[in-house]
Ligand binder design. Structure first.
Ligand code: AMP
Ligand code: ZN
Length: 134
């Protein structure tokens, strides 16, 4: 993808604060962090979102997220950890190259990743189960 900024960062054409790199991924610090240490896992091969992401890359990305979470927890002494991944504009995606957010959480931080819980109605439950072939 010629015009994708995360392709350029992942492949080293644009410099970044890199926490980890291997043949398939680069992990960088987010330039607009939600918290201290907010990082992004970027696959080097372009996929716009989770729907386009090859299964094998998806599996490796999750394993890498686990390793990074362990490493960052030890290094940054955070109190919790969110792993967030947005798909589509309505879901908050602004860069259309698949990425996973690694967000260290600290007691008293102001990171807003919560929602107001609704109530699962019988109608919605039945409809959704049917639509998913259950
Ligand atoms: P999303 O909204 O899930 O698509 O996340 C995009 C993230 O990329 C945001 O958290 C931005 O702060 C971050 N971001 C955008 N451009 C850059 C960049 N050049 N280097 C590092 N992080 C970036
Ligand atoms: Zn890309």
């Amino acid at each position: 993808m010629d015009n994708c900024i995360f392709c350029k960062i992942a492949n080293g054409e644009i410099p970044s604060a890199t926490l980890y790199e291997d043949e398939e991924f680069r992990v960088i610090l987010d330039l607009g962090p939600a918290s201290k240490g907010h990082a992004l896992i970027l696959p080097k091969v372009h996929a716009a979102d989770i729907y386009e992401l090859p299964e094998e890359t998806a599996g490796k990305a999750m394993i890498l997220a686990k390793h990074m979470a362990e490493k960052m927890k030890d290094a940054l002494h955070c109190d919790g950890f969110n792993i967030v991944q947005n798909n589509g504009e309505i879901a908050g995606q602004t860069v259309f190259h698949f990425h996973m957010h690694l967000i260290p959480r600290y007691k008293g931080d102001q990171v807003g990743l919560t929602w107001t819980p609704g109530k699962l109605s019988d109608k919605d439950r039945d409809e959704i189960l049917e639509k998913l072939g259950r």
